[in-house]
Design a protein around this ligand. Structure first.
Ligand SMILES: [Zn+2]
Length: 343
């Protein structure tokens, strides 16, 4: 986080021959931290360098795309898609060797890397991505949040770098824009926990600022809070200061990026059209809201902007999470304004 906070810009681009040694260091560091990327610890430098020399030669032949992620001048992440597949699978690519430096965890770099790799797959005219990931909390949840379907675990699949056999989960994702994604495999209990936190933010809107009690927070694919907000229209004299916008602004500043790829936005009231479009622009992966808004809701009630197939980015939506608690707050806020008894 401190790297981002110091204002260094994140950059994602194909790696070059000159990046080989930085890639080798990142690989050695990942393996030493027990990251399952095909190697055992300790990984000799020469072996790591030889691996990347071959991978770079393969990339030069167009068989794969190897991307790097930099914070300032420092390489902090990498990921590969293998494009060369059997003749019967011209539409498939394999995601592999995705790793981020421990110093850059929780910055959204992992999700941004995967999004850039998916774009490389689309650019190559392919539509199906597959991958395998070690079954450890974090790795599998990360891909699930990015819309990958887990299709089962293979026990005792590979040795972990520090020893001991571990299971692997196979994942797939269709990049075909016409396919309607129904990736509601996300953990519903986690949704309720995050929504409780959004409700607490809604309480603060009313208690501290006498604003309409709507709260929102943005959570990264890695499960970290990137931004929080509540309605500030009246206090800030700002028609755009809805809870969702406030949370997204904070997240953008924190990440140093206007794209909030792979994140989930929790909000206590169905988003309006303005907020929904901001979410599409920000490439937010998923929106979970509590109460529906039959007057201005843009997640299905009045408009259905988040799922509109005319956008090149679709946002997965889940509504009705702790809806009663959120509506009661709103109803009581307006009843109190009119001097009527609370519910
Ligand atoms: Zn709004």
């Amino acid at each position: 986080m401190s790297l981002i906070a110091s204002g260094q810009e994140m950059r994602i681009a194909p790696v070059a021959e000159a990046d080989r040694d930085a890639l080798a260091s990142l690989l050695i560091e990942t393996v030493a931290a027990n990251g399952s990327v095909g190697f055992m610890h300790p990984l000799p430098l020469a072996e790591a360098q030889a691996f990347w020399s071959q991978a770079l030669a393969s990339a030069a032949r167009g068989e794969r795309v190897v991307l790097g992620a930099w914070l300032g001048d420092v390489l902090v992440g990498t990921g590969t898609v293998v494009l060369a597949m059997a003749p019967s699978q011209p539409h498939r690519a394999e995601l592999t060797k995705v790793m981020t430096a421990p110093s850059a965890r929780g910055t959204g770099i992992g999700a941004a890397l995967v999004a850039a790799l998916e774009q490389a797959v689309r650019d190559a005219g392919k539509s199906l991505l597959t991958l395998d990931a070690a079954v450890i909390e974090g790795a599998t949840a990360f891909y699930r949040r990015l819309g990958y379907h887990g299709v089962g675990d293979i026990p005792a699949y590979a040795y972990k770098p520090l020893g001991g056999l571990g299971a692997t989960r196979l994942f797939w994702k269709s990049l075909d824009a016409r396919e309607i994604t129904t990736t509601s495999t996300a953990d519903h209990a986690a949704d309720e926990q995050w929504m409780q936190r959004a409700l607490a933010l809604a309480d603060r809107a009313e208690r501290e600022d006498d604003e309409i009690p709507v709260g929102a927070l943005l959570v990264s694919a890695e499960g970290e809070v990137l931004g929080e907000g509540w309605n500030r229209n009246i206090g800030d004299h700002d028609p755009s200061a809805h809870a969702e916008i406030v949370a997204m602004r904070e997240a953008g500043k924190r990440l140093g990026n206007h794209r909030l790829v792979g994140s989930t936005l929790y909000v206590t009231l169905e988003p309006c059209a303005m907020c929904a479009m901001a979410m599409v622009h920000a490439r937010i992966a998923r929106v979970v809201f509590a109460a529906s808004d039959p007057k201005t809701g843009a997640a299905g009630s009045v408009f259905d902007l988040l799922a509109d197939p005319r956008h090149n980015h679709r946002v997965e939506v889940r509504g009705g999470v702790l809806a009663e608690e959120a509506s009661r707050r709103l109803t009581n806020y307006f009843r109190a304004k009119r001097g009527r008894p609370l519910l």
